[in-house]
Design a protein around this ligand. Structure first.
Ligand SMILES: *Cc1c(COP(=O)(O)O)cnc(C)c1O
Length: 407
């Protein structure tokens, strides 16, 4: 049991040192700058700035004069980078943001089409049905993907015409290519369904302009996380150009889903947005260049990288099927060699998801992707000793403890 703050400090030091010796290729993580991190200790984190519905001026607690001003300033930054008229920053993560949209916009018995877990979906409506109350109210179908792991547009159009959903949710945790938002817009108007976009993974790429902005492509509403490809503090957001939808989302968030919304996120988020306005363009381009370079370097070494017919990826991640080389789920094995990445958590998928945001922020370029691919080859194809490769990975990772594209 912990007895002193010195023990706490020591444990955190151990964590930092361990993580500096790991090659972090987790697509849903990033490395926030010291400046961004520093704001998380501000006084806002101990205050109640909650407000009900979507009128931020009507704070329930007193003492919020400057908190209100700050939250509104942060709204302006968020609206600017996502080219949206309205935003809500109360969701404390992407999942809660998605829940607020699903619960706000769907009625009893409505059908949603989303990305299934087996295609690296996150599962906003699907897993929710495991909660008994929802199972009886919301129906879920899944969109199809083609051989390159891009959304199959034709099948989706056919499916939407046949099933008449009330909502299509684009975006997942393994997004390689932009989704056919534009292609579905007309049908959405004709059949009367909403297009929601779960940007949790690609938020940083949208903000940097390298990935299409779903709102500009015709999505009704977009939500996501601020800490994956977007290098901010952990948190969530919802944006839209439709005031009516945002009122419904606001009414759902409060009073149902959130009261204290962890206000210390706001200055940290504002700082990370300023950082992205200054360096986001270069950062986003390098992230995608690194993903493509790593995909090619792995393919060259005999790995089956998905999306081959479309140049592997247009995002911050790539997917590799290692089933022909090993018969176990990859993430826990790679962890033994100090390489952090993800499998799909089901424990029986041979696909590994490799992301480049953190390694890019820490200074890696295309040539480093060759070195990373070589580590994968040594471990998975050559079956070299994990401890030996792990030591090499560690000394390699320790060379990249700087931070680019940041204050
Ligand atoms: C990570 C993720 C979420 C959840 O975001 P949190 O910030 O962890 O709450 C939602 N949707 C997708 C597609 C994700 O990848």
């Amino acid at each position: 049991m912990l007895k002193s703050t010195r023990e706490i400090d020591n444990m955190l030091k151990k964590h930092d040192s361990y993580r500096n010796g790991c090659l972090n290729l987790i697509a849903s993580e990033n490395f926030a700058s010291e400046k961004v991190r520093s704001y998380l200790t501000c006084d806002f984190g101990n205050r109640y700035g909650c407000y009900s519905t979507m009128d931020p001026a009507d704070r329930e607690y007193t003492g919020n004069k400057f908190i209100h001003e700050f939250e509104m300033e942060t709204h302006e930054l968020v609206k600017e980078i996502f080219k949206a008229k309205y935003t809500d920053l109360r969701p404390i993560g992407g999942h809660m943001a998605g829940m607020s949209v699903v619960l706000a916009l769907l009625e009893l018995g409505d059908l949603v089409i989303e990305v299934s877990l087996s295609d690296w979906g996150h599962g906003l409506a699907g897993p929710m049905c495991q909660v008994r109350q929802f199972d009886e109210t919301i129906n879920v179908e899944y969109m199809a993907f083609d051989e390159n792991r891009a959304v199959d547009t034709e099948k989706l159009i056919e499916q939407a015409k046949r099933l008449k959903p009330k909502m299509i949710i684009f975006g997942g945790s393994g997004t390689l290519f932009p989704e056919p938002v534009r292609e579905l817009r007309e049908l959405a108007d004709e059949l009367g369904f909403h297009i929601a976009y779960d940007a949790s993974h690609v938020t940083g790429l949208i903000a940097s302009g390298i990935f299409p902005n779903p709102l500009e492509e015709g999505a009704d509403i977009m939500f996501g996380s601020t800490h994956k490809s977007f290098p901010g503090p952990q948190g969530g957001f919802v944006v839209s150009n439709d005031k009516e939808l945002m009122i419904r989302v606001g009414n759902t968030l409060s009073p149902s889903l959130v009261t204290s919304h962890h206000l210390n996120r706001l200055p940290a988020l504002a700082a990370s947005i300023l950082e992205m306005k200054e360096f986001g363009d270069e950062y986003g381009k390098q992230v995608v260049r690194n993903s493509k370079a790593l995909a090619k370097a792995l393919a060259k070494r005999g790995f089956k990288v998905l999306g081959e017919g479309k140049d592997y990826t247009e995002s911050h991640l790539l997917l590799v099927d290692i089933g022909e080389h090993v018969d176990f789920a990859p993430a826990k094995f790679l962890e033994k060699a100090n390489i952090l990445c993800s499998d799909d958590f089901s424990g029986n998928s041979p696909e590994v998801r490799i992301g480049t945001p953190e390694s890019t922020r820490r200074g890696m370029k295309e040539e480093n992707m060759e070195d990373i691919a070589e580590f994968f080859k040594r471990l998975i194809i050559d079956k070299e000793d994990v401890d030996i490769v792990g030591k090499d990975v560690e000394s390699y990772a320790r060379q990249f403890t700087g931070l680019d594209y940041s204050y």
